[in-house]
Write a protein that binds this ligand. Sequence first.
Ligand code: DHB
Ligand code: FE
Length: 281
Amino acid sequence: MARITAGLATSHIPAVGAAIDLGKTAEPYWVPTFAGYEWTKKWASAEGKPDDVILVYNDHASAFDMKCIPTFALGCAEQFAPADEGWGPRPVPVVKGHPDLAWHLAQCLILEEFDMTVINEMDVDHGLTVPLSLVYGQPEEWPVRVVPLAVNVVVYPPPSGNRCWALGEAIKRAVESFPEDLNVQIWGTGGMSHQLQGTRAGLINADWDNDFLDGLIGESDRLRHIPHIEYLRETGSEGIEMVMWLIMRGALGRRTRMLHRHYHVAASNTAVGHIVLEPET
Ligand code: DHB
Ligand code: FE
């Protein structure tokens, strides 16, 4: 049987990807950002190495636009190319999928009444590739297969935190009914507090962000009830990306244990947050 062995969440700031691609990670501005991923990189190359990652992220008008806005879309293809976001595709490997696992997830989730969109062709943008770079560096090939789960958090209305948490719970059941013996991780990306435009551009709420990180650890499920308006008011217009972390948290079961945690302001205009969790039975 397949099992979810860990959950990881991280911001997916495009400038962080560019710093990696352009060899700038040792520059003083970037050192505190990347220092918080050193523990994770070591762990990910040893006991924290899964077969597959279910990678929850949002597309930023790269694969989808106003013509088509799936709330939850599962990438079922053999592979996913890095998207061209205006400066050419990032110089990172093609992302290898896992169609058997992805279709199994689609079947289980849809029969559990989550109306997933099945995607058989999709380029993946910084939302998905920056987290891979943060954890795996600059390899020739990514060391894991990835099932992309794209969530709409760009166009109103995004799914509620409660719905995201419940989807995570259903993903846990779906993974555990996959017959192969697989070590699966689930990652949530985006956040933490950020607003990229308007008069509140650059808004950071470190107290709120750290309270959100606290809420992912242990047994409480208080985070699932945070309304959209609170993300918007407290964490800026793009802070709503954090509902994707709740899919990851929901998939870890009743109780979690923290393995690692990192928070840094500022890289770009955005608070960098990162956490690694284990399900605790
Ligand atoms: C930034 C952060 C994001 O999550 C994103 O999708 C785009 C930009 C930023 O901080 O610059
Ligand atoms: Fe984003």
